[in-house]
Design a protein around this ligand. Structure first.
Ligand SMILES: Cc1cc2nc3c(=O)[nH]c(=O)nc-3n(C[C@H](O)[C@H](O)[C@H](O)COP(=O)(O)O)c2cc1C
Length: 219
């Protein structure tokens, strides 16, 4: 699909699975590209449904540059898109250079598949490769409440070095709208892979609005 990767590319693999929270994926991809990073994108079949449901956006492989631009609100830049069932794709192999991988949002199904090493699609296979090559893997899980089996799988994945990062926005950064809450989660995902960003205002511990509020409470 329109890919001519060069040997100098070291992209971040981004897998979008069919959990609620596709705006998190848009924010992560936008921030990676804004930061000059390359992205290899894989969208699961179920994710196309949630994408359409939540944003009104289609994801058609034949015109992915147009659809991605509409989804993330900027040019797709240095991006390669791979089909979810393409096991010959670059990210299927450990010899294909990547910085690591983010699954955002991550379904419980994808977490289960990755934890069990099923590799039932390219997202699960690429995550498997990322773990075996000891590269950073970030799983932005979106489900609540959680079954015991999912909690166990999350613990197993954390033991293996993955960052399990539930889509859990914080309000202390002074969010005024939904996009700021989305950007907070996206920013935490980028923190986990060490990519600089300005997606949220960091807590500094200095006397600012947050500190003044806690001191006023005598905390
Ligand atoms: C509108 C919609 C919302 C969904 N939200 C979630 C969710 O938040 N978390 C989740 O784990 N699964 C959710 N699902 C179910 C997954 O899409 C389903 O388990 C699917 O098989 C996951 O496949 P995938 O991991 O290959 O994308 C949702 C499904 C739909 C249609």
């Amino acid at each position: 699909m329109d890919h001519q990767p060069t040997t100098s590319r070291t992209p971040w693999v981004v897998g979008i699975t069919g959990a609620s929270g596709t705006p998190y994926a848009a924010a992560v991809i936008r921030a990676l590209l804004d930061g000059g990073e390359a992205v290899d994108l894989v969208v699961s079949r179920a994710a196309r449904l949630t994408l359409l449901d939540e944003t009104g956006q289609t994801f058609r492989e034949a015109q992915w540059r147009t659809d991605v631009k509409a989804f993330i609100g900027r040019d797709a830049g240095d991006m390669v898109v791979w089909k979810e069932n393409d096991f010959a794709a670059g990210p299927s192999s450990g010899s294909y250079p990547t910085g690591g991988m983010l699954v955002v949002p991550a379904t419980t199904a994808s977490v289960a598949g990755i934890a069990a090493g099923l590799s039932k699609d390219l997202i699960q296979r690429a995550a498997d490769v990322t773990l075996k090559e000891r590269r950073p893997l970030v799983l932005v899980l979106r489900e609540t409440p959680l079954r015991r089996v999912t909690l166990r799988q999350m613990a197993d994945l954390a033991d293996e070095g993955a960052t399990v990062l539930p889509a859990s926005p914080a309000f202390y950064a002074g969010a005024r709208d939904v996009q700021q809450l989305v950007d907070f989660v996206a920013g935490k995902a980028l923190d986990a892979i060490g990519v600089p960003h300005t997606l949220y205002t960091r807590w500094t511990g200095e006397l600012g609005a947050g500190r003044a509020r806690t001191e006023a409470l005598g905390a």
